[in-house]
Every structure is written in C-alpha cells, then in structure tokens.
Design a protein around this ligand. Structure first.
Ligand code: 13P
Length: 253
C-alpha cells in the first residue's frame, strides 16, 4: 500500500515571514485523521522558522536542494547535516529547474542521493522530459536514462526511503497538465524500472506527478494506479488552495 504524498515546492517564493504566515493559516485547516502525507519545501532561509512552526503537526519539512559534500569551500551551497539540523526529513533533488537552469547532471544528482541517505534524509528524485523530447517520441528514453543515472548510488536495501517525481518540463508552471493517461503511461514505465532494479521494494516506492497540479485535477491524476502523490508549485503557495489539494487527494491505496 502506498500512502499518497503531497509536497509543496515553494521554489524561490516565501521568506521567513511569509512561510510563518502560511503555517498559521494552513495548519488549522488540516484534518485530524490526515490520510495523505504532506511536506513543505520552503527556501533554505525559511527552513528553520518553518520547521519550528510545523513541529508537532503532521506536516514534514523538505529542502529544495542539497550539496553532496559535507563541508568546505562551496560558496552558496548547503550540506546535508545542515538540513538535518534544520529538521528536514526530505530533500528534492534533480528538479528540472536545477537541471535546465543550473546545468545539473544526473551523476551529480546521484551524489546528492548518496549524501542524503548517509544523513537519513529521504530523497525526492525528479525526472522529466522536454517538449522537444516528447514530440520526438523520446520521453521514455530520456526519463529512463535520468532514472538509471540519478539512482546509481542507491543500494537496493535503502530503496524503501526513495520518492520519485515525474515532472514533464512542458507542464511546469505552464498551466498545461499532462492528462492522467499521459502521466500514468510514464509512471508505469518508471514503476517497471524501479521493480526491475529493486524488486518488491520498487513496488512500494511512491511516484509523484508534478506540473500544474491544481485542486480540480489532482483527484483524476491520483486515481491512476501508479500516481501516488504530487509535487506542487503554484497551487501550494496559498493555504486555501494547498488545503483543497489535500482534501482532494484521498487516502491510502
Ligand atoms: P507548478 O505546479 O507550478 O507547475 O510547478 C510544478 C513543479 O515544478 C513542482 O516541483
């Protein structure tokens, strides 16, 4: 059984004050018997304050990125132990904005996965193809390669902590969502690769969909057999809309 998992990826939005205001408005909206797991990934500078505000609530804290080294001369970067200290249980790695805008390669993502595992932070590993790749019929090839290379450092014994996210680049922030059928087709391929690689553990790994997920399309996406949650940008920024997403996301599957 895979418990649905929604993650708010705030990207470069909301500093400390805005993150705290969100928590104040959002936490009272949560049901006591929350069936969906939920986490928020704020900018680094808001992690500490938001982590304190979320303490005692069912909402977990996630980072948007991490550097694989434990310390040193890496200006502007954040080490895994710093995320542990801030209270993170998850970290997003390999987001397409990191891959496209900052040139991150899958081998670097694999180093981050290894570093996170060493600190008991669960990686949320993102994969996704460009519009050009999709139109050229190369979606599976591109996503398959990203998956194999990004997970190269993940030993089968640790596979249970992994979360995957499929984010078609053409659907991020564009208002253009993959149809549930289009997303499921890719999720099924990812599932098959995970099972091939990790055996039964691959079947328990949650695969989130990301790309213009909204309260009015999340239920149809999650109704697909291999879509186990969502990685949400725009619709996670307002407490009302993220709470509505949670309400629509259903229970254990
Ligand atoms: P949007 O929900 O704004 O399309 O962003 C998706 C995303 O990139 C989440 O990581």
């Amino acid at each position: 059984m895979r418990r649905p998992f929604l993650v708010a990826n705030w990207k470069m939005q909301k500093g400390r004050a805005a993150a705290l205001a969100f928590a104040r408005a959002f936490l009272p909206r949560l049901a006591d018997d929350l069936e969906t797991e939920v986490a928020i990934a704020p900018p680094f500078v808001a992690l500490d304050a938001l982590g304190r505000a979320l303490a005692g609530s069912p909402v977990a804290l996630a980072a948007q990125n991490v550097h694989p080294e434990s310390q040193g001369a890496f200006t502007g970067e954040i080490a895994p132990a710093m995320l542990v200290e801030a209270g993170c249980s998850y970290a997003i790695v390999g987001h397409s904005e990191r891959r496209v805008l900052f040139g991150e390669q899958s081998a670097f993502v694999a180093d981050k996965v290894a570093a996170l595992l060493a600190h008991d932070i669960a990686p949320i590993v993102c994969v996704g193809e460009s519009l050009e790749a999709r139109e050229a019929g190369r979606s599976f090839e591109v996503i398959g390669a990203q998956l194999e290379e990004s997970l190269a450092t993940l030993p089968p014994a640790r596979a249970a902590v992994l979360v995957m996210a499929y984010e078609p680049r053409w659907a991020i922030g564009t208002g253009r969502t993959a149809t549930p059928g289009q997303a499921q087709e890719v999720h099924a391929m990812i599932r098959a690769r995970l099972v091939e690689r990790f055996g039964a553990a691959g079947d328990a790994i949650r695969i989130q969909y990301g790309g213009s997920v909204k309260p009015d399309n999340v239920a149809a996406l999650l109704a697909e057999p291999d879509i186990d949650g969502a990685l949400v940008g725009g619709a996670s920024l307002e407490p009302e809309s993220f709470a509505a997403l949670l309400q629509q996301s259903g229970g254990p599957r």
